[in-house]
Design a protein around this ligand. Structure first.
Ligand code: HEM
Length: 268
C-alpha cells in the first residue's frame, strides 16, 4: 500500500468511528432526556396514528417549514431531493455489484448534482437576503452550506471534468472505496477533484454528529411534534417520566453561610 492510500484509509477509519460513536452518543442523549411536560404544537393529533401521520408529513414534505416560509421550503426541499438522488447514485461506489435501478439512474440522471448545488447556493443567498433569517444565522450555518457547496462542486468536477486525462474512473473508485469496507483498499485514484471531494466528505462526516445536521435524527425526538394531545384524557406529570434516576426529586441543598457572623462586642 502506498503512503497516500495509507493516509486516506487511516483518515477514513478514524472519521467513520467519530461519526458512528458521535451519532450513538447523540441518540442516547435524545432517548434519555425526559420530556416531563406536554408541549405538542397545536393543532396536534389526538392519537398515536395521528402522530405517525404528522411525523410523515414533517419528514417527507417539511410541512412546518412550508407554513413558515415558502421560499426557504422550496430551496430546502429541492436540495434534499437532489441529495437523495445523489446518494442513490453513490451506492455504486460502495458495493461490488449495484442494483440495476442505480445503473439506470446514473444513465438517465445527468442533472441532480447541478440541481443540488444550485439549491445550496440559493439557500446561502436566502440567508443573506431575508432579514429575519440573516438575523438568526450564525457562522456555523454559513460554514456548513459552504462545505456542502464545496463537496457538490468537487463531486461534479470529478464526474464531468477530464482533469489532465485523469477523469475519475469508476472501477478505480470502486476498488478504493469498496476496498475500505473489506480492509483491502485499492490505490487512491489520482483524480484531483475526487481527492479533494473525499477529504471534504471526511470533514463533513466528522462534524456531522456535533452539528445541526443531526436534525435528521432529532426531529423524531422533538416533543412539539411527537407528542399526542391527550392531556384531557390522561393525567400527565413529572411522575410519568420513564427514567426514574432523572425524575427523582433532588435533595434540598443546605445553604451554607458564606461568612461567619461576627458577634457584637457587648458593652458590659
Ligand atoms: C465516502 C463518501 C463519498 C465518495 C467516495 C464520493 C465519491 C464521488 C465520486 C467518485 C463522484 C463522481 C461521480 C461520477 O463520476 O459519476 C462524486 C460525485 C458527487 N458527489 Fe460524492 N462521494 C462521497 C460522498 C458525498 C457526499 C456526502 C455528498 C453530499 C453531501 C456528495 C456529493 C456529490 C455530488 C453532488 C456529486 C456530483 C454527482 C452527479 O452529478 O451525479 N458526495 N462523488
Amino acid at each position: 500500500m502506498d503512503g497516500l492510500t495509507f493516509v486516506y484509509s487511516l483518515l477514513f477509519y478514524i472519521v467513520i468511528n467519530i461519526f458512528f460513536i458521535g451519532l450513538l452518543l447523540k441518540f442516547w442523549k435524545y432517548v434519555s432526556t425526559p420530556a416531563p411536560l406536554k408541549i405538542p404544537q397545536t393543532p396536534a393529533p389526538k392519537t398515536a396514528t395521528g402522530v405517525g401521520v404528522r411525523m410523515f408529513q414533517e419528514v417527507v414534505f417539511f410541512k412546518s417549514l412550508f407554513r413558515g416560509n415558502r421560499l426557504i421550503w422550496l430551496g430546502g426541499y429541492i436540495m434534499h431531493l437532489g441529495l437523495l438522488f445523489v446518494f442513490m447514485k453513490h451506492l455504486r461506489f460502495f458495493f461490488p455489484g449495484t442494483p440495476a435501478f442505480v445503473d439506470t439512474l446514473v444513465d438517465i440522471d445527468l442533472y441532480t448534482g447541478f440541481i443540488f448545488l444550485s439549491a445550496l447556493i440559493f439557500l446561502f443567498i436566502l440567508r443573506l437576503a431575508i432579514d429575519r433569517t440573516f438575523y438568526v444565522s450564525v457562522f456555523n450555518d454559513y460554514l456548513l452550506l459552504g462545505l456542502l457547496i464545496a463537496i457538490a462542486t468537487t463531486g461534479l468536477l470529478a464526474r464531468f471534468w477530464d482533469y489532465s486525462g485523469t477523469r475519475a474512473m469508476i472501477p478505480d473508485i470502486k476498488a478504493f472505496v469498496g476496498g475500505l469496507f473489506t480492509f483491502n483498499p485499492g490505490p487512491v485514484p489520482s483524480n484531483k477533484p475526487f481527492m479533494v471531494h473525499f477529504i471534504l466528505v471526511m470533514m463533513l462526516l466528522a462534524y456531522f454528529p456535533f452539528s445541526k445536521l443531526v436534525h435528521s435524527i432529532g426531529i423524531f425526538f422533538s416533543p412539539t411534534r411527537n407528542q399526542i394531545d391527550n392531556t384531557r384524557k390522561k393525567r400527565w406529570g413529572p411522575w410519568t417520566v420513564k427514567n426514574p434516576r432523572r425524575s427523582k426529586p433532588k435533595e434540598p441543598v443546605a445553604v451554607q453561610p458564606s461568612f461567619a457572623v461576627k458577634e457584637e462586642p457587648s458593652d458590659s
